[in-house]
Design a protein around this ligand. Structure first.
Ligand SMILES: Nc1nc2c(ncn2[C@@H]2O[C@H](COP(=O)(O)OP(=O)(O)OP(=O)(O)O)[C@@H](O)[C@H]2O)c(=O)[nH]1
Ligand SMILES: [Mg+2]
Length: 440
């Protein structure tokens, strides 16, 4: 099955905890603190990779966690950082959060983003040495890595999309010019999922995409087409395939108006779906000319008189004109590629966009209190929550430092005020701190 959308959950690695250690030297019975910092947890990175064609790697596995940072060690040795976890996805993958908001569009090979940051390593006790704190007997815990659930949706990045009514011969065309082997049959909606094929012309190649047939109302969900219209939004060019058999009457005469009407209906659906599709470069190709070669000239001029230039006439089933069509397309393909290359601005890899940057930016002082239904008081604020998670409440020195910070940013006063209105247990990031802070 063609897998074009998956939901996964990614976890940055937890930071390693800092170390509590004391220097040991000859003749110095009680050396100073030398506990090193923990390493930072690895990031989870999404990388658009030209050698990855589908999202099928994510079909069964849904959870991805980067490596944790190692613990700090004595002699001021810093713990090793966790390795980044790089998830390779096809170029053309759109990354959205659970609410559907687009976070990034990894359109071009090499585009990448950090989807979940690893946690910072905790400071070792050496970090806390100061004139007032000669013997820091505590270290920080590592910061937990970020967690995020994202939806990955693949927009196929084909150069040329083939569109048209069901049974126009779209799959037949791709089957004769590439090694794609789609199902071909004389009933509508034979093609249920898009097929990609690589076309070689001289020493160049480009990607062709055959999508399910479109019908009137496709943009509103009729038939199958609309589910796949988004796949062809990325194509540089569209081959709009007209089915010559639609013009053939039972009595052997031809009715070119039927083809002009077919063309109009499909154009209307493209426009109704999106302006991107409506504005896309299109070449109109008449297929199945083997059915009535004698009437071809009449039909051809009637179509062109209606203002629809015919780019080529072919018979996909007999391969008549198909190779020539591909050769004619190549320069246009290259031209459109160049346009897209200039328009898309690949993200430089040295400057990865980071999601959820609040944790870095928020000041420690930014917090707010929220009263829960059970009467408990929640303290919210990215920095203070992070700080709390990294505090080892088992170590007296760490508790003291925690109290100092809470005092300094005015949080204790704010909590006390709220508590005076109505007493209740106080929580920061899931830790009960009422007693630790001496609120009463
Ligand atoms: N005579 C003739 N028949 C053709 C030609 N091209 C395709 N056909 C026939 O038309 C029918 C439909 O062909 P497909 O390639 O499956 O058409 P499609 O556009 O992919 O159809 P859907 O996937 O249903 O949208 C098949 O029976 C083909 O053999 C052609 O050039 N001449
Ligand atoms: Mg088909």
């Amino acid at each position: 099955m063609f897998l074009d959308a998956v939901t996964i959950t990614v976890f940055g690695g937890n930071g390693g905890r800092g170390c509590v250690s004391w220097r040991r030297e000859k003749y110095v019975p009680m050396g100073g603190p030398d506990g090193g910092d923990g390493g930072r947890g690895g990031n989870v990175i999404l990388l658009a990779d030209a050698n990855t064609d589908t999202l099928s790697d994510f079909g069964s596995r849904k959870r991805f966690e980067a490596e944790k940072g190692k613990f700090g060690m004595g002699q001021n040795k810093r713990g090793k950082d966790g390795e980044d976890l790089v998830l390779r996805i096809p170029a053309g993958t759109v990354v959205a959060n659970e609410e559907g908001a687009v976070l990034a569009d990894l359109a071009v090979d090499g585009d990448q983003m950090i989807v979940a940051r690893g946690g910072r390593g905790g400071y070792g006790n050496a970090h806390f040495l100061s004139s007032t704190r000669q013997r820091p007997d505590f270290a920080e815990l590592g910061e937990p890595g970020e967690e995020l659930t994202v939806r990955l949706t693949l927009k196929l990045v084909a150069d040329v999309g083939i569109i048209g009514f069901p049974s126009a011969g779209k799959s037949t065309l791709i089957s004769v010019v590439s090694s794609a082997k789609p199902k071909i049959a004389d009933y509508p909606f034979t093609t249920l999922v898009p097929n990609l094929g690589v076309v070689s012309v001289h020493d160049r190649s480009f990607v062709l995409c055959d999508v399910p047939g479109l019908i009137e109302g496709a943009s509103e969900g009729k038939g199958l087409g609309d589910q796949f219209l988004r796949h062809i939004e990325r194509c540089g060019i569209l081959i709009h395939l007209l089915d010559y058999s639609h013009a053939l009457q039972h009595d052997g005469s031809v009715d070119p108006a039927a083809l002009i009407e077919d063309h109009r209906i499909i154009r209307k659906e493209l426009a109704a779906y999106s302006s991107t599709l409506a504005d896309k470069r299109e070449v109109v190709v008449l297929n199945k000319i083997d059915l009535s070669p004698d009437t071809l000239n009449d039909v051809r001029s009637a179509i062109e008189r209606a203002g629809i230039p015919l780019f080529a006439v072919i018979s996909a089933a007999t391969t008549m004109g198909t190779r020539e069509l591909m050769a004619q397309l190549l320069p246009i393909v290259l031209e459109e590629r160049e346009k897209r290359r200039i328009a898309s601005e690949p993200v430089p890899s040295t400057d990865l966009p980071v999601l959820n940057p609040q944790v870095n930016d928020a000041k420690m002082g930014a917090f707010r209190l929220e009263r829960k239904e059970d009467g408990s008081i929640m303290v919210l604020g990215a920095r203070i929550e992070q700080f709390t998670k990294m505090t080892n409440f088992g170590a007296p020195g760490a508790v003291e430092r925690f109290r100092d910070v809470v005092d300094r940013i005015g949080l204790r006063r704010a909590i006390q005020r709220e508590w005076n209105k109505q007493p209740g247990e106080v929580y920061i990031a899931g830790t009960a701190v009422t007693e630790v802070l001496g609120i009463a």
